[in-house]
Structure formats: C-alpha cells, structure tokens
Ligand binder design. Sequence first.
Ligand code: C5P
Length: 241
Amino acid sequence: MTAHFQQRGDVAVLVPAAGSGVRLGPGAPKALRPLGGVPLLLHAVRRLAAASSVAVIVVAAPPADVAAVRDLLAPATAGLPLIVVPGGAHRQASVAAALAAVPAGPQIVLVHDAARALTPPDLVDSVAAAVRAGADAVIPVLPVVDTIKSVDADETVLATVDRSTLRAVQTPQGFRRDVLAAAHADAVDPHTDDAGLVEKLGVPVLCVPGSERALKITRPFDLVIAEHLLATEPATRTLPS
Ligand code: C5P
C-alpha cells in the first residue's frame, strides 16, 4: 500500500454523499440524481480519480445504498482504492464516518461534497499542494459578487456587510490529517463545513482561489447551470469512464 501511495499520490479524499437532497425536489438521494445521464456522485469521483494527488477515495453513502454505490463507483476510480461506508444523520457525521475508515498512510485529507460534482481535478490538486506546502487547513473560495445584508426575524435590514471581507467557500477543503481528526474529536454542534470545526481549534485556515465549475448543485436551477458546464467542460485530462 505504501508503494502505491508514493506512485500515485499522498492524499485521502472523503466524499460525504449521504444527503437526501430535498431542495432538489422528490427523487433519489441527491448524490445519485442524474446530470447528463450520469449520477452526480459518479461525476465527482471520476474527477477526483483524475487528480494526480489522490491516493484513496472514501465515500459516505446513503446507508441503504452502500452496495449499489460501491458497484457504481468501482469501475470509475482508475485503479485507486475505494472505500464506501454508511453516512450519518448530518453531513458532519458522514465526514466523521469516512474519516474513521481512512487507511494508514496518507497524512493529507481532503473533504469534498458529492454535490460539487464538476469540480476540476486541478482544483483538487491545488488544495492538496497548499497543505503539502505547510498549511494546516486550506479552503477554495470565490469573491462574493452580490451586496450582502444581515436582517432580523422580520426581514428588516440590520446592516450592509462589507463584501470585500467576505468569501464564498467551496470544497474540496484540505487538512493535515491530525488536524482534521482533532477537529472532529472536539466537535459538539453540527457545522456545515470542516474548516468551521478547525477554526474552533484556533488553527489558521488558508484561502486559495476556487472555481466557478465547483458550484454546489442544490436546487433545480443549479442542475440547469451544471448541464451547461458539463457541455463546455475543458478536456484537460482523461477522466476514468
Ligand atoms: O446538505 P448539503 O447540501 O449541505 O450537503 C452537502 C454534502 O453533504 C452533500 O454532498 C451531501 O450528500 C452530504 N451529506 C451527507 N450526509 C448527510 C447530509 C449531507 O453526506 N446526512
């Protein structure tokens, strides 16, 4: 196994994919909804497998679909080890279940939402490279383009937030393995991302440029945008079939 990591990459990627996807409307669990006829999760895993930094992929699947997800993804990992575990009741629990299943070896762990199905392999490698270069925690971000206001319970504006200090956060988020493990061991309330847990430890989190193509497919309109992105995707690397 050690020789394999040295040849192919040094990173374990956790893929929380156990959400129900209610905001996409009724149907299959979100990760298994089709985009261009292919389940979102399969799109995501193909792109992770095409990133040269990745050594092993651990997916947290809807508990009822673990075997089906393994069958779906096994041909798509370009020979990389694939581990599929049952996800938890919320995203953080699914990430914790996947983290517990990472084999000995990789000291860099990325966490990547299946819903960001079209994330380019280059973004995966750039997050991993920033951790390898010495950062404890790394997140890909985009500038915020809308004016943002905070409101009270009656939808009355309280303040206009200075957007130059805001960033929209994507995945994959990258961590030193021991830092991510400590953050999850310390977790009390569910957080929507793993960097939020790491911040609670007082560990600095570094921002690197994200990608418009890494959008999170959450609502039906996002699927329309994603269909267009799929049709215009640059063929920079060969994706596993
Ligand atoms: O719910 P949200 O859209 O923020 O989910 C982000 C990611 O977390 C998705 O890829 C989803 O499948 C995953 N998730 C999970 N387990 C849950 C809920 C969400 O793995 N129980």
